[in-house]
Design a protein. Sequence first.
Length: 371
Amino acid sequence: MFIRKSASSLTGAEQTAFVSAVLELKSSPSLMHPGDQTRHRYDDFVEVHLNAMAVMESTPPGQSWGHMASAFGPWHRVLLHHFEAELQQINPAVTLPYWDWTVDHDPTSPIWNPSFLGGNGQHNGLVPDGPFAQAHGAWPLVVLDDPANDVPFLTRFMGQAQDARSLPTTGMVTSARGTTPYDSSPWEDMMRDQNDPTQWTGFRIQLEVVLHNLVHRWVGGTMGAMSSPNDPVFWLHHGNIDRLWSDWIRQHQDQSPYLPLTGGPQGHNLYDPMIFHADGAPAPWQGDSRPVDVLDHHSLGYSYDTDPPGEVKLPMGPVPAQAELPVAAGEPVMAAMETAARRALPRFVLAREIAGLRDSPTESQSTQGPR
Ligand code: ZN
Ligand code: ZN
């Protein structure tokens, strides 16, 4: 079992090893586009994420793969697991650090050091220092949301968005972690009425919409795009999100660690293979993963440095066998209804646009209203 550590606790040598492995992946051949000299293996991971978000911005929006829906937790866990495994093929000593943004809470935090992730953007958001700066020449952005108009270099605008002046606080994390159940019907946020707070309940919405989206908006620039894994801090941010899901499972052993068990949209039920590529499009890696396969992060080989000492199996609520679950009758009709009702949501939808959900219940982070 290897340990994922807080990013700010890495030694200089550990920072260097992580950065070197990431840079090597950025220059390794693409597996999704073999022979394409313009793309590399790191870019494959960016492409998977961009595709996953783009399906939600089409008209009408398509079936969610891993955002604004139940599989947000396990989908990103699998993405991170494959990414980390490929870093470990390059250097077996490397593990994915996580960014605890309640501790490393501003642009002066050590993770933004020039020897690690580099710092805040300057002119036009351009990050001027660190290994991923345009000036170093090792980090051209290849997979972009809008290749004709997006800049091909790393940008950050920390804390500059009017609706994201500061990062989530410990109080916000505690509040989110206390929320049950894991998720609630209709399981896809595109199906929910933004003006009806009773439709926005459960931990997954707190985790994704309130905490996770705010961090993307706070970093801004590259992190605000569908192609946000172009900023390596994406992996550290999602490491923390992944850690918080495992903490929630441990804290609520009277709850199902994941929902829906059945009857939800394709790719989101407990025993559904999750979606990482469109039909007929190249797969990013071999094999399928279902939410049930990844409920215990230890089963994927890792622990967090905040896990209880000696824990090798995550204690969790009941997980029914597939044979115990009812077959979802009438699913085609339900799918047709869902398609009709689906509505596009703004990317990294603002929590405060949803009545009853707030970025911070205790602090006024911004005097500005929504938008
Ligand atoms: Zn994502
Ligand atoms: Zn994200």
